[in-house]
Ligand binder design. Sequence first.
Ligand code: HEC
Ligand code: HEC
Ligand code: HEC
Ligand code: HEC
Length: 104
Amino acid sequence: MKKLLVLVAVAVFVAGFSLTSFASGPADITFKAKMGNVAFPHAAHQGKVSDCNTCHHKGTDDAKCSTCHDGTKAPKAKDAYHKQCKNCHKKMGGPTGCKECHVK
Ligand code: HEC
Ligand code: HEC
Ligand code: HEC
Ligand code: HEC
């Protein structure tokens, strides 16, 4: 009986853990670009920026930026990324040069 309880506890822990990591999105994201692909360490950013809505600003942390940023409903995705990534890096540190982000 004790053994079963331990197993159940472990299962609940594992399920809870994978649920959390799923809700947090991918740990690493790569944006494809002709200029050179851009690496975005998402999990590392979550460690540095505690409020998800700093980036997922419409309270939609389950949606891709491009669902709104299509150039009609909201500024084009490229401009939205550039503005958000660079503005924060100027304030908090992080890459701001083209070739620091766009790596061929
Ligand atoms: C520094 C900015 C930043 C922070 C902080 C951040 N995210 Fe993200 N997140 C992004 C970007 C950029 C993407 C990629 C969106 C895209 O592909 O258009 C993304 C993608 C995601 C995705 C995948 C969306 C999809 O449909 O592919 C999920 C889920 C997610 N984030 C959840 C979270 C949660 C939960 C938090 C807080 C714990 C968080 N994010 C914090 C910038 C951030
Ligand atoms: C649900 C729709 C929606 C989603 C999802 C969304 N945005 Fe936005 N965003 C908007 C709208 C609409 C605006 C226009 C100004 C405003 O209402 O804030 C905007 C404005 C911005 C601006 C300011 C643009 C400017 O020229 O001043 C930035 C930067 C930005 N978004 C970045 C992002 C990033 C990065 C993501 C994904 C992590 C994202 N947005 C997801 C709707 C969205
Ligand atoms: C709200 C703030 C914020 C936003 C938005 C943000 N970053 Fe960052 N980023 C940081 C901070 C803070 C660091 C760490 C700086 C340091 O430690 O020197 C960082 C570092 C990085 C690094 C270097 C990681 C390393 O291991 O050296 C990359 C690459 C990066 N960011 C890409 C991006 C991209 C691409 C975007 C936009 C999609 C973005 N960031 C948006 C805050 C932000
Ligand atoms: C903080 C990181 C970062 C910096 C710095 C940066 N970019 Fe970007 N850039 C991105 C991201 C993220 C995208 C979005 C890629 C996508 O839409 O999938 C992008 C998209 C682009 C695109 C359109 C996509 C393509 O196929 O190339 C061009 C052009 C571009 N950037 C040019 C530049 C230039 C020129 C500079 C320097 C003045 C620069 N970028 C600096 C992150 C950055």
